[in-house]
Design a protein around this ligand. Structure first.
Ligand SMILES: NCCCCCC(N)=O
Length: 359
């Protein structure tokens, strides 16, 4: 795409719409996905206040999804088969050129690690989602056969800088055949980035192997927001310290040093026995257990046209997080939406959405 004049815009640049997928698989979502479907509906409704939404649903769930979303006139439902509902990672990464054309990068997908720690098997339908979305939109597609990447593992400033984590992109279960330099070259070629900032690790116990979208994101050029804890006993402490050191020493593609804002990490959060009891046991699917700390994060929000759609967790830190977001985004309306049911499935609002830039 860079050779054709295309780049990945920053999330705050104008959107045409946001894509989502409808959750249902009972081995990732408790009670056949019914609480998750309510939570996703609340997220879609919040986004729809700012821009149109397209929800991908299976044939089996199409009628239910249409009925549940019917009251929102700018939400449409299309039938697309998926393995699960993480359109951040299975959808296309949209790229734009200076003439207002929009295309899409269709990364290879292996369910966050394939047969070496992946979260479910198989994943063929998920690997087809980007292609189907681009077909529906009539956007040209760049397919990266042999290069596995999830959209949740990268953030850009739209001006040539990309932030990611080594824990994910250098993980042996993504692209063991590629070096760091080869991965940087592929990111540069497909997204038109000149500088890659590598954070060592993402959030503790993040089943995606430390996706940056759950840990650190851009808020505007030259400024990032980092999940933070001051508790030296928290396993996130060394991860936050290491990330801060990298960010404080970094220079972006324009040669700027970065302003690092911090936002508290909620919790620690755990699933209850009752919540775990509602999840089907299937060989090869990620186990859900009350002893497993959940990777909850207020960083996992979506920037939409004029708004911030962020998760809240019924946690003591919700109010502080909301205040931080309002202070960082004075021009946006900050909308806090319940994120716990999404977190029980392993991600949050940014993970279940994919923005499509306007031409
Ligand atoms: N159980 C699958 C969890 C995937 C989370 C996706 C994301 N971008 O964090």
């Amino acid at each position: 795409p860079r050779a054709d004049g295309f780049r990945m815009p920053a999330e705050w640049e104008a959107h045409q719409q946001t894509w989502m997928a409808w959750p249902e698989r009972p081995d990732n979502w408790r009670l056949g996905g019914k609480p998750a479907q309510a939570a996703f509906t609340a997220v879609a409704a919040a986004i729809a206040r700012f821009e149109p939404v397209t929800v991908c649903a299976s044939a089996a769930q199409y009628e239910n999804a249409v009925a549940r979303l019917a009251e929102y006139s700018n939400i449409r439902v299309v039938e697309i088969s998926t393995d699960d509902a993480w359109v951040r990672d299975t959808g296309p990464t949209f790229v734009i050129n200076d003439q207002g054309a929009v295309r899409g990068v269709d990364w290879a997908f292996n369910a966050w690690g394939g047969l070496n720690g992946g979260l479910y098997f198989p994943w063929l339908r998920d690997d087809q989602v980007a292609q189907k979305i681009l077909q529906i939109e009539g956007c040209q597609r760049y397919r990266t056969e042999g290069f596995v990447l999830e959209g949740g593992s990268i953030h850009v400033d739209g001006e040539g800088t990309l932030i990611t984590t080594e824990e994910c992109l250098l993980n042996a279960n993504r692209n063991p055949h590629l070096t760091r330099e080869q991965i940087e070259a592929l990111l540069a070629e497909h997204l038109a980035v000149d500088t890659v900032i590598w954070l060592p690790d993402g959030l503790y116990n993040d089943e995606t192997d430390g996706h940056v979208d759950n840990f650190c994101c851009y808020v505007r050029p030259g400024e990032v927001l980092l999940a933070w804890t001051d508790d030296a006993n928290d396993p996130n402490y060394p991860r936050c310290q290491a990330a801060l050191r990298v960010l404080e020493n970094a220079r972006d593609a324009k040669g700027r040093s970065l302003t690092v804002h911090k936002i508290a990490i909620p919790g620690p959060l755990y699933a209850t026995a009752e919540e775990c009891a509602g999840v089907d046991w299937v060989a090869g699917s990620q186990p859900r257990d009350p002893s497993i700390r959940l990777a909850g994060s207020y960083v996992n929000f979506l920037i939409v046209n004029g708004g911030i759609i962020a998760p809240k967790f019924d946690d003591a830190k919700d109010a502080e997080a909301e205040a931080t977001l309002k202070q960082i985004f004075p021009e946006h309306e900050v909308v806090m939406v319940p994120g716990r049911e999404i977190l029980l499935g392993g991600g949050n609002i940014h993970c279940i959405t994919q923005q499509q830039p306007s031409a």
